[in-house]
Design a protein around this ligand. Sequence first.
Ligand SMILES: [Zn+2]
Length: 80
Amino acid sequence: MTCVECGGEMEHRHVTTEEPLGGVRLRMENLPAWVCTRCGRREVSGPVLVALEALADALAAEAQLGGLARAPQSIRLATR
Ligand SMILES: [Zn+2]
């Protein structure tokens, strides 16, 4: 796999990253992702990203259903 940014080689690794998804900051530890060895660009596979976005949306919707004033600001996900 090559990097769309710089054309460098990408390797599959576990990373710790924080992404804003659906208005929620999602901190993920040991997330499998592709990382460019040249520019450091990170890419999470499509299906994983779609699932994470759905999770962030679900948590925000759940907070609203429960009458909570605001959605969760951050979610910590750790995979091992
Ligand atoms: Zn790159």
